[in-house]
Design a protein around this ligand. Structure first.
Ligand SMILES: Nc1nc2c(c(=O)[nH]1)N[C@H]1C(S)=C(S)[C@@H](COP(=O)(O)OP(=O)(O)OC[C@H]3O[C@@H](n4cnc5c(=O)[nH]c(N)nc54)[C@H](O)[C@@H]3O)O[C@H]1N2
Ligand SMILES: Nc1nc2c(c(=O)[nH]1)N[C@H]1C(S)=C(S)[C@@H](COP(=O)(O)OP(=O)(O)OC[C@H]3O[C@@H](n4cnc5c(=O)[nH]c(N)nc54)[C@H](O)[C@@H]3O)O[C@H]1N2
Ligand code: SF4
Ligand SMILES: [Mo]
Length: 729
């Protein structure tokens, strides 16, 4: 077996002109001089994050001018966020991958060599066939994130495997979705099905909407604030929404379950629950009442630091507003390893308020009934992803990234090959680099499909350059939400360099693998047109309008007294979960105190910054100019103790000895003295990301103390501690 060295994707790639494009002045897209040129526009779906806002790409004389929101798009309120407006930077980035690259050994040293598409695809299909013949197609797994991954999932399934995992589950919203499913039988959806614009009271529990810039959510929260919603923000940090809240509850990190149980205690002991709703729809109320009896506001105060009268007052505010009350499910829910239980507590609290599927609480999402293009049935795989880690995480409803990675290490590893699409695992999974190296050494094939020379590409056998979202068709957007709609992403430009669209790459591989019948269309336009014709539209129409809104077929909320079957074993909302009890877990959430902060250390808090999406946009030339680096929030007392000045650079160290890149300090009262805070996505190591390489610190590399949720396998990341290593002058 060959050993793979980590290769820095280096100067093998050609460079393009070093001049800034004409519209890139001062970090934002500027208007061209009036009256010049011919302006045209075409529709797109933004890919600067995963929210999928519909936009319009404007060109002047065929040259990219700007991207704006599509005014008919209810999903985005017709507007793009800062990152969406910076989309041209993704297309123009000089550091983009330009040609397929293959790992070769030259003079005993491994390096990447430019190869033709033919050569790269031939190599991959031979290896895939080898894996299928020797071990079975199921031994090929996919790790992915983002809409474009669908083309490769289709290829994987046609090939005979359904083994896949994404960090959007185990490193993001997995525990939330599982917690809600265990309780109300459904997930909180993406986009989140919160009816914020109609809510009278909203609790944000560690969900920093405003810094977390999911577009429509920010707009509906702003709408609610304009209508005088009672906003309660529970966050140890004075976040953007905390500043707009009636109540800011600076909770002691890791104690949220105690607060949620105390709120339930108040609602039940003061008879403030929606008893009609509970009688009709829920089971386990008596057990819950008994369970939360000990979680009195007085007791919980000692754990959370939130005064008993504030706990009571906020519980009453929620009850007063109910059912137009939302305890927001959050999104990045992987905190302390008890995350499914915390998410369950959130779902249960919403049930006590009667807000699930009620106006001002949660709504029932609806999609357009869009038929799939007819293809033969996929072969039935002999194994599913979970068979690679039997007995672990019984409620994992999707593949678990860490499980797949662990099952790819060693001679006898379960998985023999990986397709990696649109995910930068070295940054998005803490404490994973040694494992990635070991997996890369064990696997027979490791393909990375990317637009940029990310850290992940350094582990590949073959790197395939995908063109950006502005140069390709992808699937129609058809998300379950308030207003069913379809949106089109189409190419505004020919793919630059030798990059290719994902659908083309998947189809080429399919053809080489004898799977032509799964790719019966000539190109993706043909497939999309067929689908659109089935719902009374056409590609031609969508190319003009970009977004088509459809009427709802079903009510947005439960009707009064409606009989409902929930998708749980009891067909009711399960306040008491027999499913969990049967597998040896607590049937109702139990609070366990978080690990204390070791002396001399600070809790590592992290989150989002408005101008960037993780590490995916930090090299974007437009967004780089807006926000070149992340900052470390430090409380003045702590700064004083360490003699650290505002704007000074420091390094951080973890208890296991990891040292971060240097990061600029922002001294602020908005963070307490027990924690520091930074935005995730910086501190890139790949030198070919020439703008962002080495700039700012990476929270992931400081995370050695991760807490895996035993229920569904997610990676709790908030239990990490750091201390300062001062830069020598
Ligand atoms: N330490 C830490 N870890 C985290 C988080 C955190 O806050 N802190 N957040 C977690 C969360 S919430 C999530 S959702 C995950 C996200 O984790 P990932 O999905 O891995 O996100 P990124 O790190 O942005 O990596 C996306 C990669 O896709 C590439 N890419 C961009 N556009 C395209 C395209 O059109 N085609 C292809 N093929 N590739 C493209 C980018 O260049 C980039 O390398 O990370 C999780 N991990
Ligand atoms: N601009 C921008 N927006 C984004 C993204 C992006 O990369 N950039 N990524 C998107 C994605 S994929 C996701 S998943 C979401 C994530 O967005 P969110 O779900 O909002 O989550 P986080 O980014 O983890 O930030 C959570 C907040 O939790 C607070 N916090 C920390 N510890 C605790 C605690 O113990 N208790 C409580 N109550 N609060 C705590 C932090 O101070 C922080 O303010 O953002 C999305 N939106
Ligand atoms: S929220 Fe912003 S970055 Fe995300 S899809 Fe919408 S406009 Fe693009
Ligand atoms: Mo996420």
């Amino acid at each position: 077996m060959k050993r793979r060295e980590f290769i820095k994707v280096s100067s093998l790639l050609g460079t393009s002109a070093a001049v800034a494009p004409p519209f890139m002045l001062g970090g934002c897209v500027t208007n061209p001089p009036p009256g010049t040129g011919v302006v045209s526009k075409s529709p797109t779906i933004c890919d600067m994050c995963f929210w999928k806002c519909a936009g319009e790409v404007y060109k002047e004389d065929g040259e990219l001018w700007k991207i704006t929101g599509n005014e008919d798009d209810l999903h985005s309120g017709g507007r793009l966020c800062t990152r969406g407006t910076g989309g041209p930077g993704a297309y123009l980035d000089r550091d983009r991958l330009k040609k397929p690259l293959m790992r070769v050994t030259v003079d005993g040293r491994q390096t990447f060599q430019e190869v033709s598409w033919d050569e790269a695809l031939h190599f991959i299909s031979e290896k895939m066939q080898g894996i299928a013949a020797s071990a079975g197609p199921e031994r090929l797994a996919m790790l992915h994130h983002g809409a474009g991954g669908h083309h490769f999932l289709h290829l994987l399934r046609a090939f005979g495997s359904n083994s896949h995992a994404e960090p959007a589950f185990a490193q993001c919203r997995g525990p939330r979705d599982v917690g809600f499913r265990l309780t109300v039988g459904e997930s909180a959806s993406s986009p989140e099905r919160t009816d914020m614009a109609n809510a009278k009271c909203i609790v944000l529990l560690g969900s920093h909407i405003g810094e977390n810039l999911h577009n429509a959510q920010v707009q509906t929260l702003a709408e609610a604030i304009n209508k005088d919603v009672t906003l309660i923000t529970v966050d140890p940090r004075f976040s953007v929404p905390a500043g707009k809240s009636k109540y800011w509850l600076p909770i002691k990190p890791g104690t949220d379950i105690a607060l949620l149980l105390a709120w339930m205690n108040v609602l039940i002991s003061e008879d403030l629950c929606d008893t009609d709703y509970l009688d009709r729809y829920a089971i386990g109320f008596e057990q819950l009442a008994e369970h939360v009896r000990e979680y009195t506001p007085e007791w919980v105060y000692l754990e959370t630091g939130i005064r008993p009268e504030v706990i009571r007052e906020t519980a009453r505010e929620l009850a007063k507003a109910a059912p137009a009350a939302i305890v927001h499910p959050g999104r990045h829910a992987v905190w302390y390893g008890d995350d499914t239980q915390r998410s369950r507590a959130i779902a249960m609290l919403n049930a006590l308020l009667g807000s699930w599927n009620r106006k001002g609480g949660f709504y029932i999402p609806e999609k357009v009934a869009l038929p799939e293009y007819p293809i033969p049935e996929y072969p039935k795989p002999k194994f599913s992803t979970g068979d690679a880690y039997p007995g672990k995480w019984p409620f994992a409803s999707q593949g678990v990234t860490n499980g797949v990675i662990d099952a790819s290490i060693g001679e006898d590893a379960f998985f023999k090959g990986w397709l990696v699409y649109g995910t930068n695992l070295p940054q998005s999974i803490p404490a994973v680099k040694d494992k990635l190296r070991a997996a890369a050494n064990s696997l027979d094939l490791l393909v990375v499909v990317e637009t940029m020379p990310s850290e992940m590409t350094g582990y590949a056998d073959v790197i395939l350059p995908e063109c950006t979202y502005l140069e390709r068709y992808d699937d129609l957007r058809n998300s379950g939400e308030r207003h069913p709609s379809l949106a089109l992403r189409m190419p505004a430009f020919e793919p630059k360099y030798e990059s290719k669209p994902g659908w083309w790459i998947a189809k080429q591989l399919g053809n080489r693998l004898g799977l032509e019948e799964y790719f019966p269309w000539q190109d993706y336009a043909e497939k999309l047109d067929w689908q659109l014709q089935q719902v009374g539209s056409s590609l031609e129409e969508m190319q003009k309008i970009g977004v088509k809104n459809f009427p709802r077929k079903y009510p947005l909320y439960f009707r009064d007294g409606q009989r409902v079957q929930f998708a749980t074993p009891s067909r009711k909302i399960e306040l008491y979960s027999q499913q969990l009890a049967d597998k040896g877990f607590d049937p109702m959430p139990v609070y366990t105190p978080p690990e204390p902060v070791p002396s001399g250390y600070y809790r590592l808090n992290y989150g989002r910054m408005p101008a960037h999406t993780f590490g995916k946009t930090t090299n974007n030339p437009l967004l780089f100019q807006l926000a070149p680096e992340n900052q470390l929030w430090v409380n003045p007392m702590v700064a004083n103790e360490w003699s650290i000045k505002n704007a000074e650079y420091v390094r951080l160290a973890s208890p296991s000895g990891a040292i971060s890149n240097k990061i600029r300090v922002r001294v602020t009262e908005r963070i307490g003295p027990d924690s520091v805070f930074m935005a995730h996505g910086f501190g890139h190591k790949s030198k070919r990301l020439r703008l962002t390489a080495g700039v700012g610190a990476d929270d992931s590399e400081l995370m050695s103390n991760i807490k895996i949720d035993p229920i569904m396998g997610s990676t709790g990341m908030r239990s990490n501690f750091v201390t300062f290593v001062k830069e020598q002058a």
